[in-house]
Structure formats: C-alpha cells, structure tokens
Design a protein. Structure first.
Length: 303
C-alpha cells in the first residue's frame, strides 16, 4: 500500500513539474492538458474534448488518465497543470468550501449553480452547464416490468412496492441523508424487503428473477446489458451528479476558440448515450478514442 501511495505521489509531482502548454502543436497552436479519473466516462469525455479541439482549432490536447480522486484533479486545475477535466456537480459538497458558503441540496439546478459560482470564486474555474448525462444513484427495474405497469418514476412504484424484493449495496440501508430510511420518508412507501449485497450479485439476482428492482448508478452499462430501466427520481431525493466540462478561466480568456468548442459539448450526450458508450469501452473492450470518434461522427459534431 505504501509503495502505491509513494508511486502515486511521485507521479503527480512529476506531472506537475512538467507543466502544460510548454510545447507547440504541430499546427503552431498550444498543447493543453486534460485530466481524467479512473472510470470510463471522464476518459471518454477526454477523447471528446481532444478530438473536437484538434478538429476545430490549431491546438492539441494531451490526456492524463487514472487520477485517483477528483480533488487531485481540482488541485491540478487550480495550479494550471491541467486545463480541462470532467467533474460532477455533487463534487461541490465534498469539503471544498466552508460550511457557511455551501447549502446542501438535491435539486440539480441549485447544485450546479453553486458549483459554477463557488469554483469560479475560489479556483478561477469555469464550470460549464451539464454535458447532458449524470452518474448518480437510481432505482432500476426490468424493462418488461416497467412497460407492463407503465412505470416512469420512482413514485410510480408505490402501488407495487409492498410486494417487491429489492437489491441494494449494503451501505444504502444505513446511510444518512439519501439512505433507505430517508427514502421511505420522502417517497412515502416501503419495499417488502431490501437486501444489502455486492453489485455483481444484484445484477445476477435481477437477471434471474430473484429481485424485482435494484439500486444502480445511472451510467452503469450493466443496466443496458440486463434490459433495465432507470426510473426518474421525481422527488429529487438522490444527490445530483450531473457531468460538466470544467476549464481554467485564464485559458478560455486567452483562447476563445477553445471556449467555443467546449460550449458545443453542453447538452450533447444524454445519460442513455453515455451508458452505451461506456458499454462499448468496458464490456466490448473498445478504445475510448475509437468510441468517441464514432459517436461524434454519428452526432454530426465531427466530420
């Protein structure tokens, strides 16, 4: 463990010392840096940013992947070592700001508004409006069950909940604020049984018919693999994690053509679309570059 920590620290220090924007692109522009966490959606978004910037400007983008935590990325952005990243609106609640500056809310717009204001004030970062997808907690049911009973929202489950076996990660049963006990208070009904279990066992259980619903993160490709439907959180109970591109204001001021590219990414990828892209990477084992290029061409964003 100590070796891993030491290696990670040396990597980050080494990266910071190299800086960004020191080299010119092949077309005479700048070379910008994008930082990505360990999971697939920020890596895919890195390719989206890279391919659009390189297609529409004279600049290039280098991607550094597998940064362990979003606070490391935020620190690198603050220090000017990264130029862009993909972050999620709920990050605003993760101890970056004094308590008197922040007000916890499960309202998506209020959350992103706070992120935009506070990260600009403290870190001089531009937090764009949502890309269009989120990666937050959800309740999912088999597509056949949803179609048969015309289920679209979590509230729609109230009529059937008393007969439903639900699989959830073990922490959800006891967690404060957005755990099961508060869920019951907010939605006004209880399930017949909620079983705490590992994620893989949840998907096995619902595929085998032993479970009627499971908790999941909204861009998990196993939702598609198992023909599940995400029910809308119509009471805004779960904390919002809407994805946005975040960029240094200094870069955007100096290179407005880059800002135009990033503006075009806003509201361009839905949760369903990102889930499909992640499935191509995680399950079908395709490269993020190939998947992003194919998607951008299909959307008419890239020739």
């Amino acid at each position: 463990m100590m070796k891993k920590i030491l290696f990670g620290s040396l990597f980050l220090i080494g990266f910071i010392l190299t800086g960004c924007g020191d080299d010119s692109s092949a077309d005479g522009g700048e070379v910008f840096q994008y930082g990505a966490q360990t999971y697939s959606d920020p890596k895919i978004m890195g390719q989206v940013v890279k391919q659009l910037v390189e297609d529409q400007t004279d600049h290039e983008v280098e991607i550094t992947e597998d940064i362990q935590a979003s606070p490391q990325i935020i620190n690198a952005l603050d220090q000017g070592e990264f130029d862009f990243a993909t972050l999620f609106s709920g990050e605003v609640y993760n101890n970056h700001f004094d308590e008197d500056k922040i007000e916890f809310s499960t309202d998506p717009q209020k959350t992103i508004d706070q992120a935009q204001t506070l990260f600009d004030e403290k870190f001089n970062l531009n937090w764009y409006d949502s890309i269009g997808f989120n990666n937050q907690y959800s309740i999912t049911v088999p597509e056949e069950f949803a179609t048969t009973h015309d289920l679209q929202t979590i509230s729609d489950l109230s009529e059937y909940a008393s007969d439903m076996e639900v699989g959830a990660d073990s922490a959800w049963k006891e967690r404060e604020n957005d755990g099961y006990r508060d869920f019951v208070d907010e939605y006004g009904y209880e399930f017949k049984n909620v079983r705490g279990m590992e994620i893989s066992l949840m998907y096995e259980g619902i595929a085998g018919g032993d479970l009627d619903a499971i908790t999941a993160y909204t861009v998990d490709p196993h939702i598609l693999e198992n023909n599940l439907v995400i029910l809308e959180d119509d009471q805004n109970f779960f904390a919002p994690y809407d994805a946005s591109i975040v960029a240094r204001n200094e870069l955007l001021e100096n290179y407005p053509e880059v800002s135009d590219v990033l503006d075009s990414i806003v509201d361009s990828i839905s949760t369903k679309e990102m889930t499909a892209l992640i499935r191509e990477v995680d399950i079908n084992e395709r490269s993020t570059a190939e998947v992003a290029e194919e998607f951008l061409k299909e959307k008419g964003m890239l020739e």
